[in-house]
Design a protein around this ligand. Structure first.
Ligand code: PMP
Length: 378
């Protein structure tokens, strides 16, 4: 039985994208690939509202897109500030360390995010060259106030990098308006394509910073090696993953057809539907209300529901969710609701949840979760 993948990425891959990926492989420097890559890059820039920047689509994954963002904008001796609300912010700190870049990390409690006022205080205290933030931390479900951070950083001469791996294409990110210099992301979450791509969009200012650096500690991750290919995909630097690029191109077409604003609104509604259903069943949320992300829910179990039994029974009923990361392992589950999830899939997931809870002899009113979601979805 094919299972509905509701982990916080990879998200379910739309049949149109599967079809695109499974077409025969073509030349990486031929007409078809050039057309797909160019269209995907154009759509990508629109999705992050970046008119004049430089988008990059490179074989890899989200972690590579983090490295690309960092290595091309920060030099040794630069001061980097990382705002971390959990697992992936901390990873950014580890990447800095691996490359001998010095960084300060400001951490929030898990389940919340660093407030804009804390950022303002920190940048008044010290001079920073680069500030890196995670939009949505996939471990904690906390969404950071990236627009407010942008207001704090405006005109301060600081490059502003946003990790949008769990947000881009599902939650608003307006690079030009909010003063974001790099959005880094991946294909497998809100775009709903299979994993395999590192995606970065650089502002003109971020590209200028790279050009001002005599060298960077990278070869494959150096954007100056990739820029000629992004401008003219008939050129060669390193073989792109042709099928994946075609799949991602199709994913961006789906976004454009749906409409970017409509897609953001749908993600919001989908989150509300799941949360109404889960709250009605007696589940609570790990993430503080103010910081709840629209792309995933991190859910505490009610008394009487045990992690392992819950997730294995839910999987047997056709839905795969993820366990907690780090100190939250065994205490909660994480459910992704991003990408191209349809209303029918949401209803299926909640009906399977009810069947799961019945098997586990948890007491609740049968049909209530599906009903709660349907009344939100309309
Ligand atoms: N940043 C965030 C916010 C993520 O959620 C993830 C992956 N879950 C990553 C970075 C790393 O991406 P990848 O696993 O594709 O390397």
């Amino acid at each position: 039985m094919e299972k509905l993948l509701l982990i916080p990425g990879p998200s379910p891959v739309h049949p149109r994208i599967i079809r695109a990926v499974s077409e025969p492989t073509v030349s990486h420097v031929g007409q078809e690939m050039a057309a797909d890559l160019s269209e995907a890059l154009k759509n990508l820039s629109k999705i992050v509202f970046c008119e004049k920047g430089e988008p990059f689509i490179i074989a890899g994954a989200g972690t590579l897109s983090m490295e690309i963002a960092l290595l091309n904008t920060a030099a040794r001796g630069d001061r980097i500030l990382v705002l971390s609300q959990g697992y992936f912010g901390d990873r950014m700190g580890q990447i800095c360390e691996s490359f001998g870049l010095s960084c300060d990390i400001v951490r929030s409690r898990w389940g919340s995010a660093v407030r804009a006022e804390e950022l303002a205080a920190k940048i008044t205290e010290n001079k920073y060259d680069v500030v890196v933030v995670t939009h949505v931390d996939t471990g904690t479900g906390a969404c950071a106030p990236v627009k407010e951070y942008g207001e704090v950083l405006r005109d301060r001469g600081v490059l502003y990098i946003v990790d949008g791996v769990c947000a881009t294409g599902g939650i608003e990110e307006r690079m030009d308006d909010w003063g974001i210099d790099v959005v880094l992301t991946a294909a497998q979450k809100c775009f709903g394509a299979p994993p395999g791509l590192a995606i970065d969009v650089f502002s003109e200012r971020a590209v200028a910073k790279r050009k001002s650096l005599p060298a960077v500690p990278a070869y494959y991750s150096d954007i100056l090696r990739w820029m000629p290919i992004m401008h003219d995909p008939f050129k060669y630097f390193s073989t792109p993953c042709v099928n994946e690029v075609r799949g991602f191109c199709e994913a961006t077409r789906i976004v454009m057809e749906e409409g970017i604003e409509a897609r953001f609104a749908r993600h919001k509604k989908t989150a509300e539907a799941f949360r109404a259903a889960l709250s009605g069943l007696g589940f609570t949320f790990f993430t503080e209300k103010e910081f709840l992300a629209e792309t995933l829910s991190v859910v505490n179990y009610p008394a009487g529901v045990e992690d392992k039994a819950f997730r294995s029974t839910y999987s047997a009923n056709g839905v795969v969710v993820a366990g907690g990361l780090g100190e939250t392992a065994g205490k909660l589950f994480r459910m992704g609701h991003m990408g191209n999830l349809s209303s029918a899939q949401i209803v299926f997931a909640l009906d399977a949840l009810e069947r799961t809870l019945s098997t586990l002899r948890y007491r609740f009113e049968r049909g209530s979760a599906v009903q709660a979601a349907k009344s939100v979805l309309g």
